[in-house]
Every structure is written in C-alpha cells, then in structure tokens.
Design a protein around this ligand. Structure first.
Ligand SMILES: Nc1ncnc2c1ncn2[C@@H]1O[C@H](COP(=O)(O)OP(=O)(O)OP(=O)(O)O)[C@@H](O)[C@H]1O
Ligand SMILES: [Mg+2]
Length: 293
C-alpha cells in the first residue's frame, strides 16, 4: 500500500534496505530512459511515475529523476516533501544518497527541487564533485526514468541527449503532434539522436493509439532521418485526474482501470525489450554526459 510517503517512514526505509541489498548482487548498468514531449501537459509526469511504479512491481529497482522545475512536480504527485539539494552535495557534507527520496512505493526519486535542472550551470570544480557523487549510484538501479519537461529548451535537449532511450509522449491534440515533430527534428539535427519511442497518452475509447502514432510517423518518415517505434498507448481515463487529487499514482489507487492496465503493459514491454541499440552505460555515464556537455 502506498503512503503519501516521506523518506523517514519505516516502510520506506524497509524498501530502501531491500533495494540496497538487491543491488549488491547485480552488476548490469541501469537503463536510462527519458520521458519527454514537445507540448506541455500531455502526461509526462504521470507516465514517468506510473511506468516507474509498474517496473517496481515487476521487481525492478527504479530511480526517477525529476528534471522539470514546472509546477506539477513528481513530489507533488507523490505527496512528499523535497529532500536536501545537490548544492549541499557540491559544497560537501552531504552524500548523493541524502538527496534521494526513498518513497514508500519502492520508487527512489531525485526531486526537481534538489537543483537538478541547474546542473548544467556549474563551475568546473562543482562538476567534478558531482560526477564523483553520482558515480556512487552505478549499479544500484535497473532503470532510471527522467521526466524532462516539455519543449526544445536547452535543458530538455541536454537530458534527452544524455539518455539512452527517449520516450516521446503525445496526446491526440494536433498541436501535441506538431510540437513532438519539432522536438524530434531538433534532437535529430542538433544532437544526432535517431531513435525515438512514442507513447500515445489519452487515447480515446475505441482507439489503440496507432492512428495518432501514424500521423507523427508519416511526417518524420518524409522529412527526418529518424526511426520511430510505437511503444504503446495509455487510455484517456478519469481515474488519472482523480489520482492527482489524492497525490497517489493511478496505478496504485485504481490498479484495474484501463490506464493502469495500459501502463502495466507498457512497463512489461520496456522490461522485456533488450533496451537501446546504443547503450550508454547507465546512471553513472548519464550524469557524466550531462555534466560534460
Ligand atoms: N491518461 C490520461 N487520462 C486522463 N487525463 C490525463 C491522462 N494523462 C494526463 N491527464 C491529465 O493531464 C494532466 C497533465 O498530466 P501531466 O502532469 O502528467 O502532464 P505533463 O506532460 O507532465 O505536464 P507538464 O508539461 O506541465 O509537466 C493531468 O493532471 C491529468 O489531469
Ligand atoms: Mg510534468
């Protein structure tokens, strides 16, 4: 059962200890997936949190990185108070573990308020300190999911470029599709990213989302040197907005609604897929790439 947990809860500490123990005998680097979109408000944060939770339910160790300083942060969605900031890690005294929130759900989170979005504005010395601190996270997780925020701002591009797999969330609105196209175009032309996984959120009743994917793919196939894959769709479901008010992930509150079934299917597909064709070496190298850009 999920509590609106804060890292001090005994349940959270128990899960954390379990995760730490599990981590000791696994050595494969985490797969780092960014969850991004051209247009805001299409469902990135819900997708990140619930996909993460569905992966936890599959026995995976998951770290969420909230790289979006916007209003509806992961900490609001999960109802916890942000922890310490990376500044305290940079200035010494705190360990990276002190910034990570161990939520009762089993998810670990680096909140946006930790200063993660300012990471690309650091001095050389601060960068070196942080790279070293993040190295301690190597092999502790199976997946890191990065909620990037929307659009083609520098921060969004940096986080996507450093990830090994990019999930672009679109909804059926025409502007969501044109803005996704614009983001894919910038990532492919400026950052040489060629592969994208598309998640269609808010798929209407009777639709499996493929026709929305097809609209985007028709445009990219014609004009851009990229490959799009259809990862899956999440139904438009009122349980999602109800979950927001309860500050609990919809998968936990309403595990058998359409949106929950969809996100569980998506997680299974992600977990069973071999991962990126161009693995970039896990959490450790994600932060190195980010800080060295
Ligand atoms: N599958 C869905 N069914 C119904 N409503 C949804 C669904 N997904 C998202 N929503 C609605 O859209 C709102 C925005 O979702 P979310 O905060 O995840 O988007 P976002 O892309 O992270 O937004 P931002 O760009 O502002 O960070 C939610 O509060 C919810 O009301
Ligand atoms: Mg968001």
């Amino acid at each position: 059962m999920i509590q609106s947990g804060w890292q001090q809860s005994s349940e959270a500490r128990k899960v954390f200890r379990m995760n730490t123990r599990k981590s000791e005998d696994r050595s494969r680097p985490a797969r780092v997936l960014s969850v991004t979109s051209g247009k805001g408000g299409v469902g990135k944060t819900h997708t990140t949190v619930n996909l993460g939770l569905a992966l936890v339910k599959l026995g995976k160790r998951v770290l969420l990185l909230d790289a979006d300083i916007g209003l509806a942060n992961i900490n609001i969605m999960l109802g916890f108070k942000p922890a310490s900031t990376l500044l305290e890690v940079v200035r010494g005294g705190l360990d990276i573990e002190d910034v990570i929130v161990h939520h009762a759900s089993g998810l670990d989170i680096i909140p946006a308020t930790s200063g993660v979005t300012d990471m690309t504005n650091l001095s050389e010395e601060e960068r070196i300190t942080l790279v070293g601190a993040f190295d301690n996270l190597a092999n502790k997780y199976d997946f890191m999911l990065v909620d990037t925020g929307a659009g083609i701002g520098t921060n969004v591009l940096y986080f996507n470029e450093a990830a090994e797999q990019i999930l672009v969330v679109v909804d059926p609105e025409p502007t969501s599709i044109t803005d996704a196209y614009a983001l894919i175009k910038v990532l492919s032309t400026q950052c040489a990213v060629k592969e994208f996984d598309i998640v269609v959120n808010r798929a209407p009743v009777g639709s499996d989302g493929r026709e929305i994917f097809a609209k985007l793919a028709a445009a990219t196939d014609r004009f851009l040197p990229v490959r799009l894959s259809f990862l899956g769709a999440i139904a438009d479901d009122e349980s999602v907005s109800q979950a927001v008010r309860r500050q609990t992930p919809f998968l936990e509150l309403y595990p058998s609604t359409r949106a929950s079934r969809d996100i569980s299917r998506l997680a299974k597909k992600v977990a069973e897929s071999p991962g990126s064709r161009t693995p970039k070496g896990g959490v450790q190298f994600f932060f190195r790439a980010l800080l060295e850009q």
